[in-house]
Design a protein around this ligand. Structure first.
Ligand SMILES: Cc1ncc(C[n+]2csc(CCOP(=O)(O)OP(=O)(O)O)c2C)c(N)n1
Length: 385
């Protein structure tokens, strides 16, 4: 058994001071220590995949990030681990608990995941070791993890067994989040009924015009949106997600929190925003005024053939308001984009919901750089490489 600080302090000495995750009872003493320590950042994510995506944003922003989760949450995290951290080559230190260890009696819901956890990590190309139980093993293990992360620029996992860390009672109950008084400032941007909806490209052109290189970063969601943005203007402060559908807001949140000197503009889709709607709660609670979240809503999964989504019935601004965003705008007038990006919020993030039409240009290209090159270019631009 070790005490939490015996791991956390040497990890901090190596720069690991940004934590995100979802608790597990095996992790309780460790997570409690992280939450209580004012010099560590802890992001309480809605699910483990969002925690991974936010940590990726924090790494892009120049921090060393740790993601903590139960192994059942590894299932929630598989998508951003395989399609975000892996292709973009983002090093993360994962602490994954081992429920369902076949050597212990545990609950039936953990049995299968417990039996496959090590293999699942290996299959995802993530090397792992047991979380140390002897203080003498901590430094060599951190060295091994850090060396892998530095050389391969990919995640490394520590598998935590039951009873590894001595008890630490939580002192501070609350999180370092905002609580907004009253409703969001809301404004509608509807054009006269019957006006044809704008194309995605028109919204993107306006975004490009209002996101100068020196003080903004643009994160574009999976599918046509990233490809169209690339085709329109390929700039070093833009990131085109290729996988990790639904993770744009979480990546943007991690980046906005770690780089308050930049305005982070997240361009989302209706399908993607619906896929990980819990991330609005996390962004609304944690983000400052430098996060701008725009959903381009064509009421369809346009990139995969135009299948309808349920978005015609969803008032995204109502969700964003309820989640704590400070400003919400909705409508079909693309002027909404300028107003969103011109918002001077005081404390919290701004949200825009713009109705657009489906369709894209013919021969839409794909980004000519690999995800790895795109992440590297962005980090060089931000001075975090
Ligand atoms: C987890 C996951 N599920 C499905 C897909 C396939 N996929 C790629 S883009 C896309 C549609 C995205 O829809 P939306 O966010 O509304 O954006 P649009 O295509 O309309 O621009 C889907 C389903 C994926 N990449 N990842």
């Amino acid at each position: 058994v070790i005490r939490a600080h015996e791991f956390i302090e040497p990890a901090r000495a190596r720069g690991f001071d940004w934590y995100a995750g979802v608790p597990c009872s095996f992790l309780t003493p460790f997570i409690n220590y992280v939450i209580d320590d004012d010099r560590l950042s802890y992001l309480s994510a809605a699910n483990e995949g969002d925690a991974v995506a936010a940590a990726v944003g924090a790494v892009l922003g120049g921090r060393h990030a740790v993601v903590m989760m139960q192994n059942s949450g590894l299932g929630n995290a598989v998508n951003p681990l395989t399609s975000l951290a892996h292709p973009f080559r983002i090093p993360l230190l994962l602490i994954v608990t081992w429920r369902g260890n076949p050597d212990l009696a545990d609950e039936p819901q953990h049995a299968l995941m417990g039996a496959i956890t090590g293999r699942l990590l290996e299959d995802m190309g993530i090397p792992w070791a047991y979380f140390p139980t002897d203080p003498d093993d901590i430094e060599p293990l951190l060295e091994r993890a850090a060396t892998h992360m530095r050389r391969e620029r990919r995640p490394f996992a520590l598998l935590m067994r039951k009873g590894t860390v001595a008890a630490h009672t939580l002192q501070r109950r609350g999180l370092a989040i905002r609580s907004r008084q009253g409703p969001a400032q809301h404004r509608d941007w509807w054009r006269p009924p019957g006006t044809p909806r704008a194309a995605r490209s028109e919204a993107l052109e306006r975004i490009v015009e209002h996101t100068p290189e020196q003080d903004t970063v643009v994160i574009a969601t999976t599918g046509y949106t990233g490809r169209e943005l690339f085709a329109l203007a390929d700039r070093p402060h833009q990131l085109y997600m290729v996988g990790s559908m639904g993770c744009a807001a979480s990546i943007g949140l991690g980046l906005a929190l770690t780089r308050p000197d930049r305005r982070v503009v997240v361009i989302d889709g209706d399908g993607a925003a619906l896929m990980r709607m819990g991330s609005l709660a996390t962004a609304g609670a944690y983000a400052g005024p430098n996060l701008y979240h725009l959903v381009l809503d064509n009421e369809a999964h346009d990139s995969t053939g135009g299948q309808a989504t349920v978005s015609p019935g969803i008032r995204f601004t109502g969700v964003a308001d309820a989640c704590g965003y400070e400003v919400t705008l909705q409508g079909d007038d693309p002027a909404l984009v300028e107003h969103l990006l011109g918002t001077q919020a005081h404390s919290g993030p701004a949200f825009g919901h713009l109705k657009i039409r489906t369709g894209t240009r013919k021969d839409l290209p794909r980004p000519s750089r690999t995800p790895e090159q795109l992440a590297e270019r962005l980090m060089t631009h931000l001075g975090t490489q």
